[in-house]
Design a binder for this molecule. Structure first.
Ligand code: YRO
Length: 314
């Protein structure tokens, strides 16, 4: 029987599956449920300096092929997640997890939030969500290459703990080249690809109406819709980043086969957003069972035997 043991950022996990940030990780109660589930690890909701209520509802809708959301970063504030993270680290030092950090006020809040973490007792993994507002008139941080480089330069000048970046999808090979070239200049430990595909629009055919209230119905797309884009981003960065930068594959994981494909592209950890929202915590046992079956059929004992080994046509 194969096993799913995974090594990521100097920690060991029973399996590579996690929630994707935003799903089932807003409160300590939800985080406790993830920590007690069959998931190998978990990530917290992206935290801003101040707590936020987020956008008016409806702001998340499940669709037959995925989901659309414009949550507007509802969260309990950085100190809430940071204090909880410090407690977890003390009580269960062997159970590594990821603290997600965002910004709502723009560039300087990113820097300030990372300063707060650097000066805290927390020594675990941090994921910097680069899909946040930069300054008015500019796109989200990760779509502004010069400002991403400046931000990472500013943060790495003082931040000495292990961290990685959550990336939006890119759709142009030159953008993969450019972002990888920037990321390779910094001591980041991992990337997480992909965040939702931004600003999609879903229309209810019966009512000719959008399905979420914020932003005139525009929202981030997740689920089955995004798998090819997610796989392309994982593969593109796997083939371009320094070999010591590990990859979290997120996007369109509904089955063991989807998980297997992300691993083939080079992912080490795997995050599940929309399907966790739809199915609940039992998604983790189901996908583990399905992945183990595929590995057994192909004769693999461990994930390391096939990670990154996607074949091309000669
Ligand atoms: O609306 C959200 O809180 C949200 N939804 C996503 O699919 N991805 C995200 O990164 C976030 C938080 C960041 C932002 C989109 C509100 C700027």
């Amino acid at each position: 029987m194969p096993n799913l043991t995974t090594h990521f950022c100097n920690a060991t996990f029973n399996n590579p599956l996690m929630n994707a940030s935003g799903v089932h990780c807003m409160t300590i109660e939800e985080i406790n449920q993830l920590a007690g589930s069959a998931a190998g690890s978990f990530v917290t909701k992206s935290a801003t300096k101040a707590a936020r209520i987020g956008n008016p509802e409806p702001r998340y809708i499940n669709l037959s092929l995925g989901s659309i959301n414009s949550m507007g970063l509802p969260n309990n504030g950085l100190s809430y997640y940071l204090e909880d993270a410090i407690n977890r680290q003390k009580n269960a030092p062997d159970k590594a997890f990821i603290l997600s950090v965002a910004s709502y006020e723009g560039y300087h809040e990113y820097v300030e939030n990372m300063k707060v973490i650097e000066e805290s007792e927390y020594t675990g993994l941090v994921e910097l969500n680069l899909s946040c507002p930069n300054v008015p008139g500019k796109p989200q941080m990760a779509y502004d290459f010069a400002d991403t480089k400046r931000l990472l330069t500013d943060i790495c000048a003082f931040y000495k703990k292990p961290f990685g970046v959550k990336l939006p999808p890119y759709f142009d090979l030159l953008h993969f080249d450019k972002m990888a070239e920037i990321l390779n200049q910094f001591p980041i430990k991992f990337i997480n690809s992909i965040n939702s595909i931004g600003n999609g629009l879903y229309i209810d055919p019966k009512t000719d109406t959008v399905v979420i209230k914020p932003k005139a119905g525009f929202g981030g797309i997740g689920g089955e819709y995004v798998k090819p884009t997610a796989l392309a981003n994982v593969r593109a960065f796997y083939t371009r980043l320094r070999s010591d930068i590990e990859i979290i594959g997120t996007g369109g994981i509904l089955s063991g086969q989807d998980a297997y494909e992300h691993l083939l592209c080079g992912a080490t950890m795997l995050q599940i957003g929309t399907q966790l929202e739809k199915e609940g915590l039992t998604v983790f046992t189901r996908i583990q069972t399905e992945l183990l079956k595929i590995m057994a059929e192909k004769g693999y004992q461990t994930i390391d035997e096939f990670r990154g080994k996607l074949k091309e046509i000669n």
